[in-house]
Design a protein around this ligand. Structure first.
Ligand code: ZN
Length: 212
């Protein structure tokens, strides 16, 4: 499995950064995650591809499924400690069934944009998503009581969308705010109404994994 390779059909329009959107808190959390090597780029990890990405919904927050627009970090920005507005792109629409993503911004979006979109579709109260790579949490997901997607399903595919939907139906994942991607080495997704809520959930899980 190759991290960082876009697997969906991308309709991309290059434009300037989105004006008027505050990314300060999301970026602050992204920086902490980078410092903890939960997001990054390392020649010794995942074939040297950048890993981890963050997103945040933008108005209108009452948008219907498939059109819950969000800002997401660009593909291959993992190596940077701090991101700026120019490193984020807007996902205008997405469709896990047809495997299509429509994006607009200064950089091409993360290869996991479709996964983010489908999580936003599963609950309108989710406004921020942090996707990281944590061997500690991933290897101990069961002990941490964190729901896990089917190991046969890889990242960025329509099947991952179905798997996430299954977790939301069959487990307490909405309450936990975190799940593990069984078929995506070290892949963890945390979410919340804010980036701070998702970040807190993630760091609590990391602390607990260290304690086991
Ligand atoms: Zn990943």
């Amino acid at each position: 499995m190759e991290e960082g390779v876009i697997k969906f059909a991308l309709q991309f329009t290059e434009s300037g950064p989105v004006p008027g959107e505050s990314l300060a808190i999301l970026n602050a959390w992204r920086r902490i995650l980078w410092q903890l090597a939960l997001v990054g780029q390392d020649p010794e990890r995942y074939g040297g591809y950048g890993f981890g990405n963050v997103s945040q919904r933008i108005a209108p927050l009452d948008a219907q499924a498939g059109k819950r627009q969000f800002l997401i970090s660009g593909t291959q920005t993992g190596g940077l400690e701090t991101l700026e507005a120019a490193h984020f792109t807007v996902i205008r629409s997405y469709n896990p069934h047809t495997n299509r993503v429509v994006a607009e911004g200064p950089v091409k979006p993360s290869s996991e944009s479709l996964t983010h979109g489908m999580i936003y579709d599963l609950d309108a109260g989710i406004h921020a998503i942090l996707h990281v790579h944590s061997p500690h949490i991933w290897q101990q997901a069961s002990a941490l009581n964190i729901p896990v997607t089917d190991a046969a399903v890889t990242y960025g595919t329509p099947e991952m969308a179905q798997e996430a939907a299954r977790l939301f139906q069959e487990t307490h994942v909405l309450h936990k705010g975190i799940f593990s991607m069984g078929g995506h080495e070290d892949g963890i997704v945390a979410f919340g109404t804010t980036a701070s809520e998702a970040g807190g959930i993630l760091l609590n899980a990391l602390a607990t994994s260290y304690s086991l």
